[in-house]
Design a protein around this ligand. Structure first.
Ligand code: NIG
Ligand code: FE
Length: 410
């Protein structure tokens, strides 16, 4: 027989409001609430009055938070945070008038990060990347997607993906890895893009066999790869049963969103130039639109993603940092939410949905992104009076405690 005084939870927080994000509209707000978890899973997310017993009469940890809000742990569903060096010099060049595409065509841009990653060994790459992941976690992130794409050879891509996995282990958070070898053409393949795609397709099953690949991505763009090449990469992913996503229609309408939808992809990301046909294809396929306002902001873009069409066709919208050394050196997902509200006029509720439930969906996960019994005990306690504050403040520290899988991680 269980000891009747033994609490049915490992931890219980009372004296807070919850934004559960459970259900279709609103924040899923619950005042005077309690959140309990056991063995890494939420067991109670509801009114304090609905607890099975008076918590104070039971043994087991009970914390009175004394106010504030708890949201699901934030999910950053698009990052390139494993890299070496920085591209501050390129930032300065752009401020002098140089253009991102022009810098890339002259061998800078992504390729300058490729040189730095190739030179760094695995330990150095981990040491440089961990503080970025820590910064994201400190501001509420409990699940991170991390892409390869600065190695562009077998060993370099493998090194990046291994570092991504190690970040998850080191910080106790969820990390999903994405194979993005089709990010740029490495110099040794200059003029031979199709031969490079052959190599990308050959490396994929080998890295997958090492457990290093959760999804496959490509950069479909004038300075990336064309639709036929992207399609070949997606076919290779499909053979292995791996989900796909795409850097689509960022700088021009290359029909990338429609292609990723055709493959039943998880997400089309950037999507500033996505056409109405692309939006409709996404809606039919259930493909999430991942908005990356950090890159939009840093590149001083003016072309807005088709937000009203996404809303009209009920395409779920996610928001991510796109943390990368070139176009979005952004170390706070909350700041990305702020930029999404300011530049794209998302409502704070859409922005929070975009970094929780919809971002989890962009990773193909329904075990997180909401506060509901049975989902992972990933949650953040915020020192705020209302959820809109998460998008209102620029900078600062609002997260007072961050839990992943029921363990305190920040
Ligand atoms: O999402 N567009 C391609 N990839 C990144 C930029 C990578 C870089 O410039 O290093 C992006 O913006
Ligand atoms: Fe990106």
């Amino acid at each position: 027989m269980n000891d009747p005084r033994q609490a049915p939870w490992d931890g219980l927080i009372v004296g807070v409001s919850l934004a559960t994000l459970d259900g279709h509209g609103g924040y899923g707000e619950i005042g005077d609430a309690a959140l309990g978890w056991r063995d890494g899973t939420i067991v109670h997310a509801g009114p304090r009055s609905a607890l099975p017993a008076d918590p104070n009469a039971l043994s087991g940890a009970v914390v009175d938070a004394g106010g504030g809000w708890i949201t699901p742990g934030l999910v950053d569903c698009h990052t390139h945070l494993v890299f070496a060096g920085d591209r501050a010099a390129e930032f300065e060049q752009r401020l002098q008038g140089a253009d991102y595409e022009e810098i890339a065509r002259n061998g800078g841009g992504i390729l300058s990060s490729v040189r730095a990653v190739r030179e760094a060994d695995e330990e150095a790459l981990l040491a440089q990347s961990l503080p970025r992941a820590r910064a994201l976690v400190a501001d509420g992130v409990t699940t991170l997607e991390i892409k390869s794409g600065y190695g562009l050879d077998f060993d370099g891509e493998r090194k990046m993906l291994r570092v991504a996995r190690r970040i998850g282990d080191e910080l106790g958070i969820g990390v999903f890895t994405t194979y993005l070898a089709a990010h740029a053409l490495p110099p040794e393949y200059a003029g031979r893009a199709d031969a490079y795609i052959d190599a990308v397709i050959e490396w994929l099953p080998r890295l997958h066999a090492e457990g290093l690949v959760d999804a496959v991505d490509a950069f479909a763009e004038r300075i990336g790869f064309d639709i036929a090449q992207t399609r070949r990469v997606f076919e290779a992913a499909r053979t292995l049963g791996l989900p796909v996503k795409l850097h689509a229609d960022q700088l021009s309408d290359g029909a990338g969103a429609a292609l990723v939808a055709e493959f039943g992809g998880l997400s089309a990301d950037h999507v500033e130039y996505t056409s109405d046909a692309g939006v409709r294809a996404m809606a039919e396929a259930g493909t999430v639109a991942v908005l990356l306002p950090g890159a939009f902001h840093v590149l001083r873009e003016t072309r807005l993603p088709p937000l009203d069409a996404f809303r009209a066709h009920r395409v779920p919208m996610a928001v991510a940092t796109d943390c990368n050394p070139g176009t979005s050196p952004l170390l706070s997902l909350r700041q990305a939410m702020q930029l999404a509200c300011t530049h794209f006029r998302l409502t704070p509720e859409e922005a929070l949905r975009g970094t929780t439930v919809n971002a989890a969906r962009a990773l193909g996960r329904d075990d997180r992104g909401v506060l509901r019994p049975g989902t992972r005990a990933d949650f953040v306690h915020w020192a705020i009076a209302r959820p809109a504050e998460l998008c209102y403040w620029l900078g600062g520290r609002l997260a007072s405690a961050v839990y992943a899988g029921g363990n305190r991680v920040a």
